[in-house]
Design a protein around this ligand. Sequence first.
Ligand SMILES: [Ca+2]
Ligand SMILES: [Ca+2]
Ligand SMILES: [Ca+2]
Length: 369
Amino acid sequence: MLAVDTVGIGWEPMTDNSGRLGERWELNRRTILKAAGAGIGASALISASGVGAANENTFSVDLIAGQNTVAGEVTVKKENGNLIVTFDTSGTSWELLATHLHVAGSEDDIPQTEKGNPKIGNFEYSGEPDSAPGNLAVYTVDVSGLSGEIVLAAHAEVQEVLIEAPYFAAGAQYTADQGVKKDGNPIPEARSDPEDALVKAYPDGEFFSLGFKRDDGGFKDEGGSIEITFDCPIVNGDGDDLKIWEVTFDPYPAESADVYAWYDGQWVYLGQADNSGQGSAGSPEAHTISTFDFGDPADPDYDEVESTEKIRIVDTTDPSLHNNNADAFDLDGVQVLQDCTNEETAWGAGEPFVDRGSWATYFTYVLDS
Ligand SMILES: [Ca+2]
Ligand SMILES: [Ca+2]
Ligand SMILES: [Ca+2]
C-alpha cells in the first residue's frame, strides 16, 4: 500500500501524458514515497501533493469548484468488494446541491459528447446530498466487473453562502419616485430619504413615505414608488423569500403598496404589502410586516419567480380613507429571507477530459492491491 510523507511533496506533469505513473509524474527530490505492490494511480499522487491524504485503502482528491477553488474532497475507499465514493464539503464554506458520479474501466467509457465533454446526465450515479443542501454524498459502487486501473468522474453542483439570511437591503441600489401628501404638499424631509426604506433598525424611527400621486382633480391609482436592485439575486427558497416592513403603531386607516419582482424580462406581481400585520406593541416587530413567497406570486401568469435582482414597491393607498395630512405607505425596511449564495460546478481533481473549453476532470484509482 501507499505510505506518504506529505511534507515537501510536489509534482510536475511531464509532456508525455500517455504514460503510467513513473513516466507521467516527476516527483521532486524531497518526496518520500513508498508505493508497495501495485500501488495507486497517478491521481493518488495529485491528492498526496494537496490537502488529501492517502492511507491504508482510501485516498482523496480535491473537489475543485469553479476551476480553482477547493470546495471539499472526494474520497474513494474499497470496502467488501464495493467502492465507497464520498463527496465531502464539511470544513469548507461550500455545500453540495447535487452530485453525479461515473466509474468505468477507461476514460472512453465515461459518458461524453462527440467532442469528449462528459455528459453528467448520463452518469450512472446521481443524487442530492444526504440533506440538501448539505456536506456529504455517499455512493456505493459495484465494481465487480472492473479490475486494475479504473477511472472516476465525480461532478458536483456546489454553493457557497456569502450572506446568511435574513438580511436587510443595506447598500442596495435604488431609484425612488416619491409622491406628495394627500393635500398636495411635499412630504416632510424626515420621511423623504429612500435610504431609510432599506434598513429596519429597531427602533430607528426612520422611514420613507411613498406618498400619493395626484391627477387632474384627483389621485392616480398608483402613488409614489421605489425600485431596489440587489447585488446578490434573491432566490425562491423554502417558504417566504422577502419581508417588507411598514410603520404604523396604532390603529390607523389602511395603507398599502403593490410589490413586484423583476423576472423573465418583466415585472411580476408578488402581492400587496399593507399595514395590517402589526406585531405586539414594544416588540422589535411592532411595525407592520408583509411577507412574500416567490414560489407563489399573485400574478396568475406566473407559477414561480425563480430569483430576482430587482423589486418594485408602489403605493396603492386609498386616499379617501385618510385625512389631508396623510402621506401613504411608510416603507421602513426591505429584508431578504434567503441566503445569498454563489453556485459553482465542481469536479474531483485529476486529468481534463478535453484540452480546450470544459475544465471537467476525471481521476484514476487502482482496484487491485
Ligand atoms: Ca419561497
Ligand atoms: Ca403607516
Ligand atoms: Ca428604516
